[in-house]
Design a binder for this molecule. Structure first.
Ligand code: NAG
Ligand code: NAG
Ligand code: NAG
Ligand code: NAG
Ligand code: NAG
Ligand code: NAG
Length: 465
């Protein structure tokens, strides 16, 4: 696949940054404690909740010559058209249950799923959540063809431009079904560095992708190196690496290496993460950042560099801090990344499901005991702040480099059933029986079980490559 140019179906824009190394155990441990703090905090952050902005879907703008016919009225009639870039809004659709859909790996078959996301190993006995497939309303994911949608429409038509030398690539789907094809995916990565940068949710997407492809590679031909910040999976025969770089804010903070309690965290909003030097030279960069900005209504921030160091912090509204931090990232991308070489993706908010009232479960315990995706169309709970989303969209829109927005928020928003819940581990340690008995406090409704929802994010990502 040629990275000379981003795919047309992408909002291609760019950015980069990353660096560092942190022992996984520390990451895991700290993240876990963070998660619970975050859960507690977010519970109170109803103000952060939502009502705003980005009008979705101008995807319907079907200007193309080939205008597939579509009848809205009869839901039983399958009149979806084959995916066309710019034609199909991948964020509109539904989850379809199909028992014959099997994940490509499990947390017992793949050695790279960390304990925090290993729901089966952690005692989960109910696996229906693994058999749901995302089905877009307007198009179908063709057998072996291109998938995906017109994500670029999500943030405005200014992202529609197609870079020079653009070639329409084929997609990582096999020829008989719309399932992800590991070997096709690896071929797309041949000779390339794919680097995920961000927080623990981004790490789960990285682990998901590695597990989706690694089983096709015999042991001598692959390797995995995990560090505190930099984690590298190598597929040697393909000369390809799939990496994850820890940078939860994308900009620097005092909590990057050892996680501090929320009150002590200070974010250096004008400095892109130290790990950014390692982002350079990647062929594909995939970023996310959200949940770490949501620990309170105001965040301690710092800019410039003075002798009084961290004492000079200023508390900013979370959205303001997020905007400046993202702008710093955007400027780094625009000034550093060569869009002819590197494709940049930005993944939108992975929604939290910590308030069961959001979906009408008055006596619910967060996402605990949820067994099916929500069916109410366009359900949007407090677990994804629309104003934060529009901040990100606004920053990306103004970027010079093309950035593809992977808009996974709505499709993930339905999946109350797929979080780690009480089948998680905190710092490598399983929840105790006492903790499990209190899902209202301890259930993790931020992260997802693997295999699970992040697999779908990877399908979408590869449809763009
Ligand atoms: C379920 O998935 C299988 C395998 O992908 C496919 O052949 C079958 O048509 C699907 N069933 C439905 C009802 O979509
Ligand atoms: C993502 O899609 C949702 C609708 O599902 C939309 O409201 C939002 O604006 C989109 N976000 C971005 C950054 O494009
Ligand atoms: C492997 O990929 C790297 C870039 O990731 C490239 O610099 C190098 O030349 C490639 N090696 C071979 C043998 O293809
Ligand atoms: C990042 O770089 C800055 C300046 O070079 C340094 O002060 C800081 O300690 C570094 N942070 C980490 C986490 O390495
Ligand atoms: C990217 O490629 C185009 C066309 O080949 C060229 O005009 C442009 O200068 C290149 N940009 C960079 C930053 O190399
Ligand atoms: C979980 O759901 C099952 C079936 O809906 C129900 O019988 C059980 O009481 C629920 N458990 C809790 C703790 O809510």
């Amino acid at each position: 696949m040629s990275f000379v140019a981003p795919s047309s179906s992408t909002v291609v824009k760019k950015m980069k940054s990353y660096r560092g190394k942190i022992p996984l155990s520390i990451i895991t441990a700290s993240l876990c404690s963070f998660v619970f703090l975050a859960l507690l905090y977010t519970e109170r952050l109803s103000f952060l909740s939502s009502n705003s902005i980005l009008k979705a879907g101008s995807c319907a703008r079907r200007s193309a010559v080939v205008k597939p016919k579509r009848i809205e009225k009869n839901p039983d009639l399958d009149d979806r058209f084959e995916f066309e870039p710019d034609e199909c809004d991948i964020t509109r659709g539904k989850w379809v249950f199909n028992l014959s859909i099997k994940p490509l790996y499990t947390d017992t078959s793949c050695p790279y799923v960390e304990r925090q996301f290993s729901c089966e190993k952690n005692g989960q006995l109910e696996f229906d959540y693994r058999h749901w497939e995302w089905r877009p309303d307007d198009c179908y994911l063709p057998k072996g063809g291109k998938i995906v949608g017109c994500l670029q429409h999500q943030i405005g038509s200014s992202f529609r431009r197609r870079p020079p030398n653009y070639e329409m690539p084929s997609v990582g789907l096999d020829s008989t079904t719309s399932r992800f094809d590991a070997e096709v995916a690896l071929k797309k990565l041949r000779g390339k560095r794919l680097v995920f940068v961000g927080d623990s949710l981004q790490r789960s997407q990285w682990e998901s992708l590695v597990c989706m492809v690694e089983w096709t590679i015999p042991p001598p031909h692959k390797s995995m190196k995990r560090g505190r910040i930099r984690n590298v999976f190598k597929a040697k025969e393909y000369n390809a690496t799939i990496e994850f770089h820890w940078a939860p804010f994308l900009v620097q903070s005092n909590t990057d290496l050892s996680i501090l309690e929320p009150k002590k965290r200070i974010i250096k909003i004008d400095s892109v993460s130290n790990s950014s030097r390692d982002w350079e030279g990647a062929d594909i960069l995939a970023f996310n950042t959200y949940v770490w900005w949501m620990i309170g209504p105001r965040l301690k921030t710092l800019w410039g560099s003075f002798a009084n160091g961290e004492e000079g912090y200023e508390k900013l509204d979370a959205r303001v801090a997020y905007k400046i931090g993202l702008k710093t990232w955007a400027n780094w991308i625009d000034s550093t990344i060569n869009p002819n070489k590197t494709r940049v993706f930005f993944t939108t908010i992975s929604p939290l499901h910590t308030k069961s009232k959001d979906w009408g479960r008055e006596d619910g315990l967060r996402c605990f005991n949820e067994t099916e995706p929500l069916k109410n169309k366009n359900f949007w709970g407090s677990g994804a702040d629309k104003e934060m989303m529009s901040v990100a969209a606004g920053v990306i829109k103004k970027m010079k480099a093309p950035v593809s927005v992977l808009n996974i928020t709505q499709l993930s928003m339905y999946r109350v059933d797929a979080h780690s819940s009480i089948y998680t581990a905190n710092g490598g340690k399983l929840l105790t029986d006492e903790e499990k008995a209190e899902p209202g406090t301890y259930a993790d409704c931020i992260h997802w079980c693997l295999p699970g929802v992040p697999d779908t994010w990877n399908h979408l990502l590869f449809a763009h490559l």
